[in-house]
Ligand binder design. Structure first.
Ligand code: ZN
Ligand code: ZN
Length: 258
């Protein structure tokens, strides 16, 4: 089967509080470099026929406006933390213009959380204007959204099971601090990986920068972009200078063709 060419747009590359962080006056939060402005982590994945988004962050509305996404076929969720689901209400604009429910793909853990956190979406008698979603259950099996084949990768985020997603030879893993050997096998032959790297110091539920570099080197993946970045990482330009070739910090609005 031939795989469609995909355009990947980084909608956000920040950790849960975003960069700058409210009330913070550190040199990163005060930086005027646009690469130090990080919305919450999400990517847009587009083939010629299909457009999907990985996660609906609290910045989802602005991310869709900024990238002029008039048509969205689906949302696929990594895990139920609020920085990854918080913007779901705004799919109602697509309901209005496309005249159909939004197709949402989530595993059972995320599904339970969506029904709890957005209970008004899932009641029988909905208030007018409430978003309409069609929940599709996913597990570790590959699935299609339109012409895009997606392979879930199970990773560990402290004690939570999070899904990463592999699109042909492009892998996106946003919240993890551990990946077991069978899942590593699945991502080994990627050309490009996006992997979370929170900051330089170690953290209980995210890879640090050196751990992330070590992992992509171990897996021998030619190109790596790090995401879900905290203001504690340091300024984009300073950190980028210290990184090996083909291992880069991602930035908002970066576009890849894979
Ligand atoms: Zn997160
Ligand atoms: Zn998380």
């Amino acid at each position: 089967m031939s795989y469609p060419d995909l355009k990947i747009t980084f909608l956000g590359t920040g950790t849960s509080s975003g960069v700058p962080m409210i009330g913070c006056h550190c040199e990163v939060c005060m930086s005027i470099d646009v690469k130090d402005k990080r919305l919450r982590s999400s990517i847009l994945v587009q083939s010629a026929l299909t457009t999907l988004v990985v996660d609906t962050t609290p910045d989802f509305r602005y991310q869709m406006l900024r990238e002029k996404v008039d048509k969205l076929d689906a949302v696929i969720f990594t895990h139920p933390h609020k920085d990854h689901i918080g913007g779901l209400d705004d799919v109602k604009a697509y309901n209005f213009f496309l005249k159909k429910p939004m197709e949402v793909f989530a595993n059972s853990l995320t599904e339970v959380a969506l029904k709890r956190e957005f209970s008004y979406i899932f009641v029988d008698k909905k208030y007018p204007g409430t978003p309409k979603v069609n929940l599709n259950s996913i597990n570790e099996d590959s699935f299609f959204v339109g012409d895009i084949l997606i392979e879930p990768i199970r990773v560990h985020h402290l004690n939570m099971h999070v899904l990463g997603f592999k699109f042909n030879k492009f892998t996106y893993i946003t919240d993890a601090n551990r990946i077991n050997d069978t899942e590593k096998e699945k991502i080994k032959h990627s050309d490009t990986i996006v992997l979370n790297a929170l900051r330089k110091q170690s953290h209980i539920s995210h890879y640090s920068l050196s751990e992330a570099v070590e992992l992509v080197d171990e897996l021998q993946i030619p190109n790596a972009f790090f995401t879900h970045i905290s203001h504690q990482m340091g300024k984009h330009a300073d950190v980028s200078n210290g990184l090996p070739d083909h291992r880069k910090l991602a930035w908002d609005r970066l576009v890849l063709h894979v």
